[in-house]
Design a protein around this ligand. Structure first.
Ligand SMILES: Nc1ncnc2c1ncn2[C@@H]1O[C@H](COP(=O)(O)OP(=O)(O)O)[C@@H](O)[C@H]1O
Ligand SMILES: [Mg+2]
Length: 333
């Protein structure tokens, strides 16, 4: 009946609260998206929109004492993974889903050689000899473009350059061929040249390893380069989902339009950097109606009406805007 492949990852109504002195604050609120096997989904939005909290939820890495998934479900490969025990997590993380971060030292331990860390990661999921693991680790360094692999396995993280550490972190994440890689702003801290190299590397590895990627970024230029589909997040919610071409040609949400117009390459044409005025509302201080309305140049009184707007649209193309029917927004062309 259904000729569409079942999605690899389904996030459905994910809602996360943090305990703060002022009480519980909801930082992710009903987030829904899917990722198909082998697909790259861009998760975009300004800082503080809930991108990292959403991905940490998928990894089961939310700080246990402060954060709680209060609603929603996460399915991976047909299995619910919303609230796995630590033992169950260990069989999923690393071998099925892996994550890389902006700061490589989040995953690398300064006290062990790169080789030991990759080998340990391998042997945590596979029953192989040390020697075979070392060969695989060297192969992995080679794959991520670190020359002299056997020699470099014996180096400590501080003996690597920033770009090399990023590559080593990628090697570690991918050594067990996960089906899904979550990349949380992995190139944001790098200079432009190294950033381009790392993006190229991720693109190559994704094709070779046939894995799905969630690429988190606030840079729509990167999205245009490497993503198939995009979910745009604003103030803890997904406000638009689209295929990349569709998003750039005709955004449906004014926030997406604002993001497109604030891309440096578009702004230089307009001779001024158009940045969306105002800032993301803080959790606990959300507007009652559309969360973007206070910053939206298209907002009318209807937008402030206190209703919980749903994400509406066709499969794969949806938006959360009261004025969807009367707006015709401009893309980046
Ligand atoms: N440990 C925490 N305690 C309280 N609030 C937090 C904590 N971590 C993140 N938040 C809040 O959750 C919201 C979403 O954060 P985050 O997911 O890191 O945003 P993004 O990755 O999109 O920049 C922000 O408002 C942030 O302040
Ligand atoms: Mg983040």
């Amino acid at each position: 009946m259904n000729d569409r492949r079942d999605p690899l990852l389904v996030v459905e109504g994910l809602t996360v609260e943090f305990a703060t002195k002022a009480g519980a604050v909801r930082v992710v609120d009903g987030v829904t998206f899917e990722v198909a096997a082998g697909e790259t989904l861009g998760l975009v939005g300004e800082s503080g929109c809930g991108k990292s909290v959403s991905s940490l939820s998928i990894m089961g890495l939310l700080p246990r004492r402060q954060a709680r998934i209060v609603d929603g479900n996460i399915f991976f490969d047909g299995q619910e993974i919303t609230n796995l025990s630590e033992a169950q997590r260990r069989t999923v993380n690393g071998s099925q889903i892996a994550m890389i971060f902006q700061e490589p030292m989040t995953s690398l331990n300064p006290s062990f050689t790169i080789g030991n860390q990759i080998i340990e990661g391998l042997r945590a999921h596979r029953d192989i000899s040390k020697r075979a693991a070392r060969d695989l680790a060297a192969e992995m360094l080679d794959l991520v473009g670190i020359p002299d692999a056997y020699k470099r396995l014996r180096s400590y993280p501080h003996e690597y350059s920033g770009g090399m550490r990023q590559r080593a972190m990628i090697a570690m994440a991918l050594v067990n061929s996960p089906k899904l890689l979550i990349a949380d702003e992995p190139t944001t801290a790098l200079d432009v040249t190294v950033q381009a190299q790392i993006l190229e590397l991720l693109r190559k590895l994704q094709a070779e390893l046939e894995m799905a990627v969630i690429f988190i970024t606030h840079d729509l230029g990167v999205v245009a380069d490497i993503c198939d589909r995009v979910a745009v997040m604003y103030a803890g919610q997904v406000v638009e989902t689209a295929r990349v071409e569709g998003l750039f040609e005709q955004p449906l949400h004014p926030y997406t339009e604002g993001l497109l117009h604030s891309m440096p390459q578009n702004a230089s044409r307009a001779k001024a950097l158009h940045v969306i005025a105002g800032s993301v509302p803080r959790p606990g201080e959300m507007p009652a109606g559309c969360r973007f309305a206070p910053r939206c140049s298209y907002a009318t009184e209807f937008c402030d009406a206190p209703v919980d707007l749903p994400l509406t649209g066709e499969a794969g193309r949806a938006t959360r805007c009261v004025r969807i029917a009367d707006l015709s927004l401009k893309g980046a062309k």
